[in-house]
Design a protein around this ligand. Structure first.
Ligand code: C5P
Length: 217
């Protein structure tokens, strides 16, 4: 079984998917973390030209696993779970994610992973491109202001130098890049159920979505 949640940056997809995974006792897959891992690797290698960088991809060993409420990412044996959450990675990830080679690598990894168990996954193109036959598809949205407030609250404890405007601009830029790129852009699938979380509490939105899942699956 695969349930997908797509939507713009900071719309609450990952916290929602994690909670639903816990309630339904299924696995969680964070597809954005995989693009962030490639971006981190690219930056760590001093940002070579992308065609050069993609030559090393066949030798990259990626391991992702949701454990203790954390989506843990290992690349070539190194735990980079925290490193992929920096603003520097956030500022470059949409450039990486626009590359068909990067998408092919991530999609192959995800399709293989979900064959082993029941999953809820979140991303941008899961309902439209990666899992078009998903058992259930959601598309989550919220106003830019509310998304920026939530993301700012998450980031400020790890990086006190960060500003609200910087976070908001990053979300806005990523949404623009993610929805205007040629390769599998951010888009609502016609069969996806729209969930607008603006003004809703976390509990309200979880109740609504779990209700839909129990109804349909
Ligand atoms: O979900 P998160 O904000 O961590 O995703 C980081 C970035 O990864 C997005 O801004 C987008 O560029 C890319 N992404 C994507 N397709 C997905 C998931 C994420 O292009 N399915």
């Amino acid at each position: 079984m695969i349930i997908v949640i797509d939507g713009p940056a900071g719309s609450g997809k990952s916290s929602t998917a994690k909670k639903i995974a816990e309630l339904l006792d299924i696995q969680y897959l964070d597809s954005g973390a995989l693009y962030r891992a490639l971006t981190y690797l690219w930056l760590m290698n001093d940002k070579p030209d992308l065609p050069e960088f993609f030559k090393i991809l066949p030798g990259v060993k990626l391991d992702a696993e949701y454990r203790n409420q954390t989506f843990i990412i290992n690349v070539n044996g190194e735990d980079i779970t925290k490193d992929i959450r920096t603003q520097q990675v956030a500022n470059h990830v949409s450039e990486m994610a626009a590359q068909p080679e990067a998408r092919k690598f991530v999609n192959q990894y995800m399709r293989k992973l979900v064959m082993s168990d029941a999953y809820i996954a979140d991303g941008r193109d899961l309902g439209t491109a990666v899992f078009p036959d998903a058992d259930l598809k959601f598309y989550m949205i919220a106003s830019l202001e509310e998304r920026a407030k939530r993301r700012y609250r998450e980031l400020i404890s790890d990086d006190p130098s960060i500003s609200f405007e910087e976070v908001k601009d990053n979300l806005k830029n990523r949404d623009h890049q993610d929805s205007s790129r040629a390769a599998d852009p951010l888009k609502k699938d016609e069969n996806a159920i729209l969930i607008d979380t603006t003004g809703k509490t976390f509990e309200e939105q979880i109740d609504e979505m779990v209700g839909i899942i129990r109804d349909k699956i």
